[in-house]
Write a protein that binds this ligand. Sequence first.
Ligand code: GLU
Length: 478
Amino acid sequence: MPQEIRVRIAPSPSGNLHIGTARTALFNYLFAKKHHGKFILRIEDTDMERSDNEYIKNIFDSLKALGLAWDEGPDVGGEYGPYSQSERFDIYPKYAQILIEKGYAYECFCTPEELDAERIFSQEKKIAHVYSGKCKNLTENEKEELRKQGIKPAIRFAVEAKNLIFDDLVKGELKFDTSLIGDFVIMKSNGSPTYNFAVVVDDILMKISHILRGEDHISNTPKQILIYEALGANIPEFGHLGMILAPDRSKLSKRHGATGVSEFVEKGYLIDALVNFVALLGWSPSDGVEIKTVDEIAQDFRIREVSSSNSIFEYDKLNWMNAQYIKKLSTEELKQKLLPFLGQYDLSELSENKFTRMVEVTREPLVILSDITDAVSYFFGESVEIEPEVQSEVLDKDVSQVVLKEVQELAKNWNFDDEDALHHTLEELRTSLKERSIKPKETMWAIRAAVTGRVKGADICAVLAILGKEKVLKRLNG
Ligand code: GLU
């Protein structure tokens, strides 16, 4: 390993932080943590048309929410800044010039029409298309002439045909025939660098030692290695992570569910669960215990053991894991986390104690935090919405009418401040109604249905105590 481990995540702000980029960020962060290195954030916003400040903010916020603090970046600065590519525009032409002077790059005056014609020719001949290299040998006079015609040149890298082999940290040995690449553009005619060029210049200047990124970048890597070689720079180690696919093995997209980190958070996934789950997309704990903190994962993380194949994003597994993390929260912690999902209710209807009790008795089935919204709806408001089946299947039954008539009178004298007392009271009620051939569960169904509008829910004594006498009587008489 080189002296200083420096890794980076280099998102392009053309959308909210995708869960796949979050995984790449996490693996870089884990690698840096494991090797006491630095984790750097660079925003690749050279493509101004596709970049958006709103997305930059989302990237910052999402990475922060995930707890992936960066040591250097656009906001925190660092020795090798600026860390936004758009602020580095004056750097790239210098390096392109060096490559031209060393004979590794040349000006290309081909117009889009000429390039299209070349492409169509290859298509018709059914041969793999590579740029013909026709501008490579232009004389100074010819170039001058073209310049006079107002044609602004792009700069192309002159690819030397050879077998390029590198040892990928994840995929193992990878081989490329560079003759299939063709001379590629490093600076566009408008003066802006292409991704492959800017990324190498930045990674060299930022002293990046290891590049861990998605395997969708594998085809870029030989081009980038050629540029490193031409600039006489140290070549970092590369590790290409398999892709994250949806359960149907297609590309993970909105139609499968949430894909942006912020969307998962809005839906009520806990950050710790999300990070833990994302770490398992390609990495397996050596002791087989899947629920782990980031620090524990970092201790155990070995990049060479990361799976080289694609990972399936199992929403069911994420849900399971989220439910486990919810169970681990104290009621106080959970109350705080649930607040954003209770905005539609008037929480002042409940005392602090009753609010706590409501969370205690409704938390068990929660899979995601937003499940609470529906789970507690019947605790709020004077009246309650009765589900149609509950009306027809329970409340309209004669037996329920008998139970409720009885309870309407008795409940006036019940002690709603004491759940234990309510427990005894209901016990007595069931026994006395049983003597009139009413089954205990019929008694309970009728009460629950009238008071909550549902047939299932939290412990009924707790529900009655939280609602209090006034609301319960209203609902029983409703
Ligand atoms: N901006 C590139 C992306 O978002 C970064 C690729 C790289 O890590 O080199 O995919």
